[in-house]
Design a protein around this ligand. Structure first.
Ligand code: ZN
Length: 387
């Protein structure tokens, strides 16, 4: 096991050295991982995004069949700009049992462990396939995972279990809310403040829109599922910013509302969006267009990251509980790619080395004993796959 830990650390150091900040290319890192996985006997597919600068990796060990187990992680990291690091964030260093570097815990540590264990797992696999899914652009909206999911659907490949290795201190997480972010843009008609009826005040319509969001915020509380485990147990709405207009005496021609909701169940997002659509079409827009036919309200989707809904029956949870000895599973307040896999009909848990409190911070680190625990889990997974 010690050798494996050393080997995993060496691979992790290689991965950290690729500065795969979401804005930049991840191709060199994906290439490196593809080489390692091919060497371990995996069939590797690399699929690029439309820019050609980013790619997902999907690899399979064992038969091309349904019912496989997916080990999943995102290859991108958050930027280090403006952060005060004690050492180069892209040169991993070990200090007092901790590995420091951008992405050590979020989440190249899990990827390094999975890939370092690939030869061992590959030798163990018999009838049930094992997959590796490494994605791009998780930190800015899970775009890579979405593309990967579409690829799986197009090929009609249906793995049944996914373990998403985001840092959970190796505890089992079976749920998190979704995170849907929007900007709503209002275009009115500018004019002199002394004659408000001759213009369309975009800020005033934006305020009415926000008032509607407040009504919806209350309505969502009543829709909270019984025995909900999230805190709070209902879908929330937050208005993050309202900007618009120029000066005291000018009718505001433009305004923008930045808002988000965090759905706890399927249907809530549609409930909110349908209501807003009706409100804009039947109430706000007719009033705006009575004065200015070109007036408009445009809803821009910034990102829609699906939640992971806790399920009574969850094979992934039972499997990982058996592998880690953990009893019980929790929910967390941060979002991941897990919901995308769940939407494909897979059972999903989040379980990975390192603490989320380290993620995105300067001097991000991964404790060596966390990495060792992860290797133990994967070793047991190998034993399981051998049956
Ligand atoms: Zn992450």
């Amino acid at each position: 096991m010690l050798d494996r830990l050393a080997e995993t650390c060496a691979l992790l150091a290689d991965l950290i050295a690729y500065p795969t900040v979401s804005a930049d290319s991840n191709l060199a890192l994906i290439d490196h991982l593809a080489g390692r996985l091919e060497h371990a006997g995996a069939k590797v597919e690399v699929s690029h995004d439309t820019t050609g600068h980013k790619a997902n990796l999907f690899a399979t060990i064992g038969p091309e069949a349904d019912g496989g187990i997916v080990l999943s992680g995102h290859s991108d990291v958050v930027p280090v700009t403006g952060q005060d690091w004690s050492s180069d964030p892209f040169a991993m260093v070990e200090r007092k049992g901790r590995l420091y570097g951008r992405g050590t815990c979020d989440m190249k540590g899990f990827i390094a462990a999975a890939v370092a264990m690939a030869p061992h797992l590959g030798a163990a696999v018999r009838n049930r396939p094992l997959h590796f899914a490494f994605t791009y652009d998780e930190e800015i909206g899970c775009f890579g995972a979405r593309a990967l999911a579409e690829g799986l659907q197009a090929r009609r490949l249906r793995p049944s279990v996914a373990i998403v290795g985001e840092p959970t201190s190796m505890r089992i997480i079976e749920g998190h809310k979704g995170c849907y972010e929007y900007s709503t843009h209002f275009t009115g008609l500018e004019g002199h403040g002394s004659a408000p009826d001759l213009g369309v005040n975009a800020v005033e319509y934006a305020v009415r829109y926000v008032a509607r969001l407040l009504d919806l915020k209350e309505a969502l509380k009543a829709r909270a599922p019984a025995n909900g485990r999230f805190d709070p147990p209902w879908t929330t709405i937050n208005t993050g910013a309202l900007v618009g207009g120029h000066a005291h005496n000018v009718i505001a021609g433009r305004a923008r509302v930045d808002w988000e909701m965090r759905p706890v169940q399927p249907g809530d997002a549609e409930f909110v969006k349908d209501d807003l659509h009706r409100y804009c079409t039947h109430t706000l827009l007719p009033a705006m267009r009575a004065v200015a036919p070109e007036a408009a309200i445009v809803l821009e989707t910034i990102g829609e990251v699906d939640g992971l809904i806790p399920m009574d029956a969850n094979e992934a949870r039972d499997l990982v509980a058996e592998l880690t000895g953990a009893n019980g599973a929790n929910v967390v307040p941060f979002g991941t790619e897990a919901g995308i896999f769940q939407n494909l009909g897979m059972s999903v848990v989040i379980c990975g080395p390192g603490s989320i409190t380290q993620a995105h911070k300067p001097d991000e680190y991964l404790a060596l004993d966390q990495l060792a625990e992860c290797l133990t889990m994967l070793d047991r997974l190998g034993a399981k796959l051998a049956h």
